[in-house]
Design a protein around this ligand. Structure first.
Ligand SMILES: [Zn+2]
Length: 369
């Protein structure tokens, strides 16, 4: 159950309960668990940025933090019947230019919507306390085009969360959906992990292969996230028939990330024919389209397997086409409400709803030299 809203109580009973403070406009909001989303494309992938009411929805649903994740390779990939694939090779400079322009559009939207750009631990705390803010995030370090020079200018624009790889061949490292060529991370990729640590940028290993995850964990001085995807008994392979199978993290890899203080985000993918798969022990993603209860159930199951300090929401909102269990923050709020109804151990819902992302984000920011 959620706490009653101010509308559910009469003014008289509030006064009897003893506090004018309870009548402040913020009270109805404060009664709800804040939510932090480690991976969202909300309104971002249309022709103009954004094409959906991000700020209104965040404020209405008490969304404290969103990692608003910009895929720099989006112009060179396409959805297919089985997943997402690279369809063209960007000419030199094109990804960096596209990324830089898009970040400016995002910043312009955030300024006009008066949404905080989260760049410091104080910003994070203010959002947990009642504000709503956006963590500027990159889905793939493709915008660097193999050179560290491009990182600092984007950090200066507010970038604080960098996923190393996405869907196009790149000089950083291998990714889950294509045959490997780097044996994990390249030398540049390893240097990039250190550079992110030194600049107070959270490293995100989503889409990385098992080898890359192990290498990044050995290098990183700060906890990392795998912001979105899911956890199965065995890891996915680029040879799997569908993208969602390729994107599996094994439980052993998830535990490696957790042991280093990190956090795994579960995405809000909703399948037309959810699991169990025909291969025993494999491919058991049980969430259907529009199935907020199923998404809550998968989050609770991962808390059981990985521990309450290492699970978070990484919705991938507006990033999964029609295959969504959640498509706006009202849906995500329903997921958190369902988790509260499920009577998880005390504090577990707060940790997975926002506390775990807050912890690793602040740890990454404080690693800045
Ligand atoms: Zn992704």
């Amino acid at each position: 159950m959620t706490l009653p809203t101010a509308h559910g109580l009469s003014r008289r009973s509030l006064l009897a309960a003893g506090g004018w403070a309870l009548l402040s406009p913020a009270w109805g909001q404060a009664a709800r668990v804040p939510i932090a989303d480690m991976h969202s494309h909300y309104g971002m992938l249309g022709r103009s940025l954004p094409n959906a009411p991000v700020a209104e929805d965040m404020r209405a649903q008490r969304i404290a933090l969103v990692a608003w994740s910009l895929p720099g390779d989006v112009r060179w990939i396409r959805s297919t019947d089985t997943g997402i694939a690279q369809v063209a090779v960007p000419p030199p400079g094109a990804v960096a230019a596209f990324f830089g322009e898009s970040i400016e559009q995002m910043r312009a939207y955030l300024a006009q919507a008066r949404l905080r750009i989260v760049t410091t631990a104080d910003d994070v705390d203010a959002c947990v306390a009642g504000d709503s803010g956006v963590v500027l995030a990159a889905e793939g370090a493709d915008f660097l085009e193999g050179k560290l020079d491009g990182l600092e200018p984007m950090v200066a624009k507010g970038l604080r969360h960098v996923q190393l790889v996405h869907y196009i061949r790149n000089p950083v490292g291998d990714f889950q959906t294509t045959a490997p060529t780097h044996d994990g991370l390249s030398e540049f990729g390893k240097t990039l992990v250190e550079a992110c640590n030194d600049r107070g940028v959270l490293v995100d290993l989503a889409h990385c292969t098992a080898a890359g995850i192990t290498q990044a964990l050995a290098i990183s001085k700060a906890p990392v996230v795998f912001s979105h995807g899911w956890v199965d008994n065995v890891e996915g392979s680029w040879k799997d028939g569908y993208g969602f199978l390729q994107r599996r993290l094994s439980l052993a890899q998830a535990k490696q990330i957790a042991a280093a203080g990190g956090v795994v985000g579960l995405w809000g993918l909703g399948l037309q024919s959810p699991g169990p798969s025909r291969t025993p022990g494999q491919g058991n993603w049980t969430v259907g389209r529009g199935d907020t209860r199923g998404y809550a159930r998968e989050l609770a199951s991962l808390v059981d397997r990985l521990g309450e300090d290492h699970v978070a929401v990484g919705s991938d909102l507006h990033g999964v086409g029609a295959s969504w269990s959640v498509n706006d923050y009202g849906h995500v709020r329903k997921v958190i409400d369902t988790l509260q109804d499920m009577k998880l151990p005390s504090g577990a819902v707060e940790k997975l709803a926002y506390g775990n992302y807050v912890r690793v984000l602040k740890a990454a920011m404080s690693s800045r030299r």
